[in-house]
Structure formats: structure tokens, C-alpha cells
Ligand binder design. Structure first.
Ligand code: ARG
Length: 577
């Protein structure tokens, strides 16, 4: 059990003994001022308010009943009634020794594993993935890895856009290409899309054929579907190339495309009508809900079927909620989608609840995020104003990382430095994104993400190689070091406590899906390691074997924790750089 949960249990028990109502939470948090306590319990203020009594006196009663003799050195009361808890050195050392042997690396395992559906990446297959798809892909993937590490069952849903009128135009253009070359390969989907669009706008016959193909697709015509399928396969292959570059775990089988819901859509409309939720409005079917209003306070409808009978993005999303809740039996559904779709998601969730597409116990969570901006503060584009392909951005990252490495003296072989450059470049792009508070826009900057200083991937990767080099230089196998960790120096204690908080950082991210909290944790961990490394000699000849082994083991647990944390973010480490 992680420290915070353990303290929460103990404090709650003390609250019970002090006759404090069960609905009051112990509220154990990290100590605001480490000098006074590693943790603090903030329960007395809220409880006192509820019980109409003095918070400091109430804190005193809690403290009288609080048994932490095995864990803490001392506890005291500060200010209006904060209970400070200073953990004992012995206990911390015991815990970190256990952490070193824990196969879950301190990540608490779910008592009741949940089924967690995560909707992420989800590019529109008419075009190639661009920088706008980065955030959803990597944040969703980090959360998928984290939930799995906690022992939950994760179902990835790559809700790709593979349906709609653009595909009529695209497959018509494809038909013409195939006539010229039966084994046609589309090297550049973006160019292909543009060519199709130009023809669609300029050639009357082409436009007519394209519209005809849309109708054929909708009616399930075999030839049109076969051509569509061919286009989709090519486009999916493009995305998969990006996933592999990006070290994102999405597999082919995780694709559950918009078109997968086609058959379910008439039933969705029928349910909405039967329940009196969908009403006719200018020929279309629209759902109005009391709590859906616009800025002026006017009812805000969600169109679920167009007047020509066609279905929409929103209809598909309702069907997706139904599928995820009632077929996949999800306990939680997380969606990683741009903040600009917040209103859409709010409506989808509200209608799903009213219509019964969502099960009562399942949470529907839109984890919205801001936009990636260029250094000019405008959405990140090429000089000519085009969107930047994700694939090209990642290639550039690797080239830049290669440059960075060649500026450093290194004894890596060329294959090793190519591999390191790949990990550093991709890691830098991912980390720079994950480390920002999700809901904010952020400025994309090569210089800051590829720096070896500050909260960056290269800094963390470097810290990892630093630890590894200690073992390599001394020709030691980390697994064979004997003895115990005994943390005595302040820098050792601070590092130990941080290591023991890994599980808490993971719990926090799993709760509200802000990956930057894990980044901050890893950055603080690396910084504490570097400080420890500076002030606590390890291999110096005057250091006793016990202390040397203790410090080596502490180093090893640090490396393992760092690697595990980066792995959960989908970032690779290297032994040397
Ligand atoms: N394909 C959509 C887009 O590119 C994102 C889909 C997100 N998921 C969803 N269930 N709506 O904007």
C-alpha cells in the first residue's frame, strides 16, 4: 500500500476513535513544508466546521488517538489544526528495500479490476495524421499503459473517421489511379486528398461520379465498398507507421471505426424517438435537453439525423457510448479529444444518459486538451500555412537529436547513436507535450524540448544513463548487490521518500488523467538523484562496503523507477548516450 493510502487509513481510524463522523475524510497530503513533516493530515478543519467545534482542539483529539509508532518519528499540530507527520528513517529504509523487490514497482494493484475503454488517437482517414493528432495519441496511450500497470483491463478504441462524403471523392480518384496502375501506392495521402478535391471542384463528371459513389457506399454496393476498403487500408497503414515511430501501443485490432456503427444508427434514432427525446425540426431529427442551452439561454439542439435521412458524427458517438457501456461493459470510458469538441461531448454524454445508452455505473470522461502552438503563438503550421504531418515532425525530431548527440563527446558506435537519437528525439517530442498541463495550449519549441537541462526527456534519459554508467564503470551487476539500503544522509532520505511516492503519482494520474503529474514526479526524482549523487560518494575508496552497497541499491531502485515511469509515458531509455 502506498504511504498516502496507509496514512489515510490510520488517520481515519483515529478520527473514528475521536468520534468524528464517518463522512469526514482524513485528507492526507504531501507536507507543505518538508521541514515540518513529510505528510500532513488536513481533516481537522473541515471536520471541526461540520461539528461546530475548535479545529485545533479537534486535531489534538485525533492526534491522541493516532497510532503511527511503527511509521513516524513524530507528529505535531501546526497553524489552525494541520497534523504534520514526520516519517521515521528506519521505516523509510525498510519500505524502499521492499520496493526494490516489488514486481509492481510500488504501483498499487486494483482490488477490483475495472474495464476501462479509452478512445484516443482517432484520426480522420481521409487525410494523413498531422501534429493535431499527437496529443490524443500519446496521452491516451500513457493512460492505457498506466491502467494496465494497475491491473485493470483496458480496451483501446481507435475511433477513426472512415465514413462520410469525402470518401466518395477519394475513391473516385483512386478508381482512376488503379486504372493506370493496378498496384497503386499512395505515398502521400495529403497530396492525394488535394488532387481529389481539385478534381471534385473543377470536373463536373468527376463530381457526379463522386456523389454517385457516396450513394453506392451508403447502399452497401460491393464494388464501391471494395474500393473504399482499399483506400482505408492504405490510410490505416500510414497511421500505423506513425504509431510505430511514436511508440504508441495501438494495434490494428484496436481500430473500431465510425463505419463499424453504421448498422446500429437506425436503432439509435428509433430509441431516441420512442423515448420522446428526438423531435422533428425542419425535417431533421433533433434532441433538445433542458440543461443544454447556449450563451443566450436558448435551447441547444443536437442534430442526430439530417433531413435527407443521413446520420452524423453525433449519432455515431451515441452508438459508440451504447456499444462501450452495454457490449464492452465498461466501468469507465475515457475520451482524449481536443477541447474544441467539448460541447459536442457534453451533449453526447447528456443524451446518452437520458436515452439509457450509458449504464448508470459507467463514467463518461472527456479529457480535453489545448492546442499545440508555434513559437509565434498561433496554431503550429508550416511557413506556407499548411498543417504539419506528424510523420515529418517525428523524423525531424530524430535528425535534431542526432545533431545534439554529435555535439557531445561520445564513444557510441554509429548504430548505437542512431538508436539513441531515435529515442531522444521521439522522447523529447512526447515528453514536452505530456509534461504540459493538458488543458492549456502550449508552444512547441525544439530548443527547449531538446535541452539536457530542465524538465525534458533528454534530462531524464541522461539521468538514467548516469546511473547505469556507475554500474558499468565498476563492472557491477546491479542484481547481485547484497545488503540493505540504509538511508541516513538527508539527500538519501529525500530520494528514498520520493521513490516511495511513485505509486501515489500513478494513482493521481489514473484518477484525473493529467499525465504531467507523472512527468513532474519523474523530474523531481531525477533531480533528487542528481543531488544525492553529488553529495553521497559511492565508489570512493574510503566508503565502507555497507554504505557503498546501500547507495548502489538506492541507485538501482532509482533507475528502475525512472525507467518504469518513462515506460508508462511511452518513452524509451538507453544504457548509454
Ligand atoms: N475523428 C475525430 C477527429 O479527427 C476524432 C474522434 C474522437 N472520438 C470520438 N468518439 N468522437 O476530430
Amino acid at each position: 500500500m502506498n504511504i498516502r493510502n496507509l496514512l489515510n487509513l490510520r488517520v481515519r481510524a483515529a478520527m473514528t476513535a475521536a468520534n468524528i463522523p464517518e463522512n469526514c475524510q482524513p485528507m492526507v497530503a504531501l507536507g507543505k513544508n518538508p521541514q515540518h513533516g513529510d505528510y500532513q493530515a488536513n481533516c481537522a478543519m473541515a471536520a471541526a466546521k461540520l461539528m461546530k467545534t475548535n479545529p485545533r482542539a479537534l486535531a489534538g483529539r485525533i492526534l491522541e488517538n493516532l497510532d503511527l509508532s511503527d511509521i513516524a518519528d513524530h507528529c505535531d499540530i501546526a497553524g489552525p489544526g494541520f497534523i504534520n507527520i514526520k516519517l521515521s528513517d528506519q521505516w523509510l529504509s525498510d519500505q524502499v528495500n521492499r520496493l526494490g523487490k516489488d514486481i509492481h514497482r510500488g504501483i498499487e494493484q486494483a482490488q477490483q479490476p475495472q474495464i476501462i475503454v479509452i478512445d484516443y488517437s482517432a484520426p480522420n482517414l481521409a487525410k494523413e495524421m498531422h501534429v493535431g493528432h499527437l496529443r490524443s495519441s500519446i496521452m491516451g496511450d500513457a493512460l492505457a499503459r498506466i491502467f494496465e500497470a494497475q491491473g485493470h483491463r483496458v480496451i483501446r478504441q481507435n475511433h477513426v473517421g472512415d465514413w462520410g462524403t469525402q470518401f466518395g471523392m477519394l475513391i473516385t480518384h483512386l478508381q482512376d489511379q488503379i486504372e493506370l496502375d493496378s498496384d497503386v501506392k499512395l505515398a502521400d495521402l495529403e497530396v492525394f486528398y488535394r488532387e481529389s478535391k481539385v478534381r471534385f471542384d473543377a470536373e463536373v463528371v468527376f463530381a457526379e461520379r463522386a456523389r454517385g459513389n457516396v450513394v453506392k457506399l451508403q447502399n452497401g454496393d460491393d464494388d464501391a465498398l471494395a474500393m473504399w476498403k482499399r483506400f482505408i487500408d492504405i490510410s490505416v497503414a500510414h497511421s500505423e507507421e506513425v504509431y510505430s515511430k511514436l511508440n504508441v501501443t495501438l494495434k490494428h485490432s484496436d481500430i473500431y471505426a465510425e463505419s463499424a456503427y453504421n448498422k446500429a444508427l437506425p436503432g439509435i434514432i428509433k430509441t431516441l424517438k420512442d423515448k420522446g427525446l428526438a423531435v422533428e425540426n425542419q425535417g431533421a431529427q433533433v434532441v433538445f435537453l433542458d440543461d443544454m442551452i447556449d450563451k443566450e439561454g436558448d435551447p441547444l439542439g443536437m442534430i442526430v439525423q439530417k433531413s435527407d435521412g443521413g446520420f452524423l458524427y453525433s449519432t455515431t458517438d451515441l452508438a459508440a457510448v451504447d456499444y462501450r457501456c452495454n457490449t464492452l461493459m465498461a466501468d469507465r470510458c475515457l475520451y482524449f479529444i481536443d477541447a474544441r469538441q467539448s460541447l459536442h461531448m457534453k451533449q453526447v454524454y447528456a443524451v446518452s444518459r437520458k436515452a439509457g445508452f450509458a449504464t448508470d455505473h459507467c463514467t463518461l470522461e472527456h479529457h480535453a486538451f489545448g492546442t499545440m502552438m508555434g513559437e509565434d503563438g498561433k496554431p503550429f503550421k508550416t511557413r506556407s500555412g499548411d498543417t504539419i504531418k506528424l510523420s515529418a515532425l517525428l523524423d525531424e525530431a530524430v535528425v535534431r537529436a542526432m545533431q545534439l548527440l554529435s555535439d557531445k563527446a561520445s564513444d557510441l558506435s554509429s548504430a548505437e547513436s542512431a538508436e539513441a537519437a531515435r529515442k531522444i528525439g521521439i522522447g523529447a517530442v512526447k515528453y514536452a507535450d505530456l509534461a504540459k498541463t493538458r488543458t492549456n495550449d502550449y508552444i512547441f519549441s525544439w530548443d527547449s524540448m531538446l535541452s539536457f537541462e530542465g524538465n525534458t526527456a533528454p534530462y531524464l534519459q541522461y539521468a538514467y544513463t548516469r546511473i547505469k554508467s556507475i554500474f558499468r564503470k565498476a563492472n557491477l551487476n546491479a542484481e547481485l548487490i547484497t545488503g540493505e539500503i540504509i538511508a541516513t544522509e538527508p539527500a538519501e532520505k529525500a530520494l528514498t521518500l520520493k521513490l516511495l511516492q511513485f505509486g501515489e503519482a500513478i494513482d493521481q494520474v489514473a484518477l484525473d488523467a493529467y499525465p504531467h503529474q507523472l512527468c513532474s514526479y519523474l523530474y523531481e526524482l531525477s533531480s533528487l538523484y542528481m543531488k544525492f549523487y553529488e553529495v553521497c560518494p559511492i565508489l570512493r575508496s574510503d566508503i565502507s562496503v555497507e554504505i557503498r552497497n546501500s547507495r548502489l541499491q538506492l541507485s538501482n531502485v532509482s533507475a528502475t523507477t525512472l525507467r518504469s515511469g518513462l515506460d508508462l509515458l511511452g518513452i524509451e531509455v538507453m544504457e548509454r548516450m
